[in-house]
Design a protein around this ligand. Structure first.
Ligand SMILES: *[C@@H]1O[C@H](CO)[C@@H](O)[C@H](O)[C@H]1NC(C)=O
Ligand SMILES: *[C@@H]1O[C@H](CO)[C@@H](O)[C@H](O)[C@H]1NC(C)=O
Ligand SMILES: *[C@@H]1O[C@H](CO)[C@@H](O)[C@H](O)[C@H]1NC(C)=O
Length: 353
């Protein structure tokens, strides 16, 4: 399946980094042996994939649409920059891993963890007490930290930014949790309720982090101090720059490149050839403006393409037991960004043989 193929770089990256850690930390990490390690690994993989799938959904109609080139989470090769977009990739990936492991835990998929019942029986607020099965986010958070944060091995500002965004992603999982309550008391009088905390749908976490992306802050480092060079000074400058930023906010270091144009060295394809939405039921404002954003504002035009789709229709059930259908042809119109014709005809002169 294409889906899996796309995400192998990220997943391999997760694996190789864990395995290449020092013997001590690997042993420490395995805790209950290789079996537990493998159990978590498959969930980590599923979680990272769901994070990337959500990224693709959230950015479907943006110039940057979460391409494969963005999925290499590790920065040890120094190629990746810390832009607004990569801040989202980090946050949604670590959130996805935490989310999946937390769910696994509540579903009883894992031997060594279960619901968080640490507060059960205690008074939560007026008219309600803690009870039931609260999702064990602390467990998911811990494992997500061990796997995803292990990818950042550097001591520099870039690694610090990535770790910050990983944590912002995990905090988003907590911030979007919902309190669910059940009524008790005589004949459902609801005089007392028991409540527990439950994860939101992952889509909601995606929406939440997309807003954080929109308001991401650029981290301003003290460049003079950084250039002075010794590592204590560097750490001091990094700590100072972070001191003003809330842990829940996404941050970046470098301005984004122009995603309109293809940049092979950065692995971006540009918006030429991208589909955009011009009509349709229930388009959001953001979707309605997609042709302007992807095509017009990038110096491209919108090209309409019609395709015929043949499908079964008017199916009738006949006694007994067949279904007869007709073949219907439907014309579907789609819109794509395409290059404007050059105004100068000489530039398109054909070569004759
Ligand atoms: C954890 O959950 C994911 C998605 O729901 C599932 O694919 C995976 O198999 C689960 N892990 C375990 C160990 O059951
Ligand atoms: C690609 O991006 C790099 C780094 O931002 C930049 O220096 C270069 O000019 C870009 N190339 C093109 C063709 O835009
Ligand atoms: C459009 O949205 C409205 C309200 O949000 C909903 O009731 C309706 O079913 C939607 N229509 C389609 C075609 O999705």
């Amino acid at each position: 399946m294409v889906f899996f193929h796309l995400f192998t770089p990220l997943v391999l990256c997760v694996y190789s980094n864990v395995f290449s850690a020092s013997a001590w930390s690997v042993n420490n990490f395995l805790m209950t042996g290789p079996k537990a390690f493998l159990t978590y690994s498959s969930s980590v993989q599923v979680g990272a994939q769901s994070g990337i799938a959500e990224c693709k959904h959230q950015f479907a109609w943006d110039r940057w649409n979460c391409p494969e080139s963005a999925l290499q989470l590790s920065t040890h090769n120094g190629l990746r920059s810390a832009t607004r977009e990569t801040s989202f990739v980090h946050a949604i990936s670590s959130a996805g891993v935490m989310y999946t492991l937390t769910r696994n835990c509540s579903m009883g998929d894992l031997d060594n963890c279960g619901c968080d019942d640490s507060r059960n029986g205690k008074i939560g607020g007026r008219g309600w007490i803690w009870g039931g099965c609260s999702d064990n986010v602390d467990f998911g958070e811990r494992i997500s930290k061990q796997y995803v944060d292990a990818l950042e091995t550097g001591q520099d500002s870039r690694a610090a930014v990535n770790l910050h965004n990983n944590e912002a992603g995990r905090l988003a999982v907590k911030a979007t949790m919902k309190r669910i309550c059940k009524c008790h008391g005589m004949s459902e009088s609801c005089s007392i309720q028991t409540c527990w905390l439950q994860l939101s749908e992952f889509r909601e976490i995606g929406n939440y982090l997309k807003l954080k992306h929109d308001h991401a802050q650029k981290l301003e480092m003290d460049k003079r101090r950084m250039r002075a060079g010794n590592s204590a000074d560097n750490r001091g400058a990094i700590a100072e720059a972070f001191s003003t930023i809330a842990r829940t906010e996404l941050i970046y270091l470098e301005d984004s490149p122009d995603y309109c144009v293809k940049n092979a060295s950065l692995g971006f394809l540009g918006t030429e050839g991208r589909e955009c939405l011009q009509s349709g039921d229930n388009l959001s404002q953001w979707e309605k403006r997609s042709c302007r954003r992807l095509c017009h504002e990038c110096g491209l035009k919108v090209e309409e393409r019609r395709t015929e789709i043949v499908s079964s229709c008017n199916c009738k059930f006949q006694w007994c037991c067949t279904v007869n259908c007709e073949q219907c042809t439907q014309v579907v119109t789609k819109h794509y960004c395409s290059r404007r014709e050059r105004s100068n005809p000489h530039s398109k002169r054909r070569r004759h043989h």
